[in-house]
Write a protein that binds this ligand. Structure first.
Ligand code: GTB
Length: 217
């Protein structure tokens, strides 16, 4: 039986692939695992049926037989562990790829999320104008370090891995801010991720949800 994931019935990003079901879809496409999607309205995400799957009432979740997971990092790690293609076989190379998944989620993503909060949730506060440059500089510092480590390589550790998938997914959130353009090697890195056939299939699938919702199809 195919796994089922959850996604927004109407994504606030208007199908730009920024909601976190996108990274799970991408991982499933990379390993060639077909999947089902259960679409949820915001209200349904806070109801007991969904809270039983996700204690924080969010998407994505992942159901496979009697296994239910939440947290995109854990879901992608599970997919990468169960299928070939997203983690190297060599134990040390595998550990390094997993390290990059953690780096994406716990070092690179937090300042990027801070930027969204500073702009969209705190933008009307009296101190917002002072805070925004500080938040942006924290992102720049992190990207400078990441770009130094990537150097001229295509991917972070040899071949494309779940570490790259997660890092690209995290960096994509920055595209609209213009900050990514300040780091040409990282822009090219993200573009390489977006050019992967699996990424394109996942992107098209989540966009189709938004298109259908907005045209009433
Ligand atoms: N740590 C969790 C994970 O990685 O799975 C975080 C999950 C999460 O933040 N889910 C969001 C959610 O369910 C959707 S992806 N939010 C509803 C809620 O908390 O009530 C985050 C997201 C939302 C919208 C945009 N956007 O519009 O651009 C981008 C990303």
């Amino acid at each position: 039986m195919n796994p089922t994931i959850t996604a927004f019935a109407t994504s606030p990003d208007r199908g730009r692939g920024l909601a976190r079901d996108m990274r799970v879809r991408w991982a499933l496409e990379e390993v060639g695992q077909p999947y089902e999607v259960r679409l949820l309205a915001f209200e349904a995400m806070k109801e007991p049926a969904h809270l039983a799957l996700h204690p924080f009432g969010q998407i994505p979740t992942y159901e496979e037989g009697d296994l239910t997971l939440f947290e995109s990092g854990s879901i992608i790690f599970h997919i990468a562990e169960r299928h070939a293609g997203l983690l190297p076989r060599d134990p040390n190379a595998r550990a390094r790829a997993i390290t990059w998944m953690f780096a994406a989620l716990s070092t690179v993503e937090p300042p990027i999320l801070d930027l969204s909060v500073a702009k969209f949730q705190e933008g009307d506060k009296s101190w917002a104008e002072q805070r925004l440059p500080l938040v942006k500089d924290r992102i720049r510092r992190c990207l400078a370090q990441l770009s130094r480590r990537l150097g001229d390589a295509d991917w972070l550790e040899g071949d494309f891995s779940a570490g790259d998938l997660m890092m690209v997914a995290v960096l994509l959130r920055l595209k609209a801010s213009g900050i990514l353009d300040e780091f040409p090697s990282l822009s090219a890195y993200v573009a390489r991720g977006e050019a992967r056939p699996a990424y394109k299939r996942a992107f098209a699938a989540q966009l189709a949800v938004f298109t259908a919702a907005s045209t009433g199809a």
